[in-house]
Design a binder for this molecule. Sequence first.
Ligand SMILES: CC(C)(COP(=O)(O)OP(=O)(O)OC[C@H]1O[C@@H](n2cnc3c(N)ncnc32)[C@H](O)[C@@H]1OP(=O)(O)O)[C@@H](O)C(=O)NCCC(=O)NCCS
Length: 200
Amino acid sequence: MSRTDDVAAVLTSYPQNITLDDDTVLTLRPATPDDKEAILAFAKGLDENDLLFLRVDITKATAVNNWLKNVKSGNTVSLLAMDGDQVVGYATVDTNPAYWTRRVGEIRINIAAALRSKGLGRHLTSKIFDVARDLGLKKIIAHMTPDQAGAQAAFQRLGFQPEALLADYIEDRAGNVHDLAIMSYEIEGLTSQVDEPLRL
Ligand SMILES: CC(C)(COP(=O)(O)OP(=O)(O)OC[C@H]1O[C@@H](n2cnc3c(N)ncnc32)[C@H](O)[C@@H]1OP(=O)(O)O)[C@@H](O)C(=O)NCCC(=O)NCCS
């Protein structure tokens, strides 16, 4: 089976409706190459602080084109949270078919400010984990900066462990340099789980 067939096979249960903690009902569906404008519109609604720390700058058409090219090839799987025809959040897992890292996926999650702290992060994480597991991934990592205290706290609540801190690794949109925190989640409790998590 090709990569795109594998991805199609793990996404057969979509679209799905989910209900947030405040009873808002949203639809989760896989991103397609036609979602460029909806994703750019979502990016335009993010506030300055969120934009500063975008790992992939989805305000740029070229970045979204690249993302959707990877969706088309099956190296990226993205679930969009839709309120009607509006994107209000997404979770994406990037895989790298290179030999050493083919069992590791990088997750990116982003949720519209108005919908945070209502359980959407929990829903999206759990769904993207299912996708990752079904694709045979064993470990998920998430990148953020130590300045993103809320995101770190949320990812920790979602079961991620701090795993590494790389000094002066990131330059944000404003040109400021930050450390990069890597958090990880072992889908199958593989290997060398650190007994004492690093303090980031
Ligand atoms: C991080 C993010 C994805 C969390 O999504 P969310 O929908 O707000 O999270 P949820 O409401 O599902 O909460 C999940 C858990 O995290 C906790 N949490 C959420 N935001 C938190 C915060 N700012 N501080 C502390 N804990 C927080 C919740 O209490 C919840 O814990 P529980 O399951 O024990 O109740 C969201 O805030 C976001 O999109 N941030 C901007 C993008 C980003 O930083 N992404 C991370 C890098 S990939």
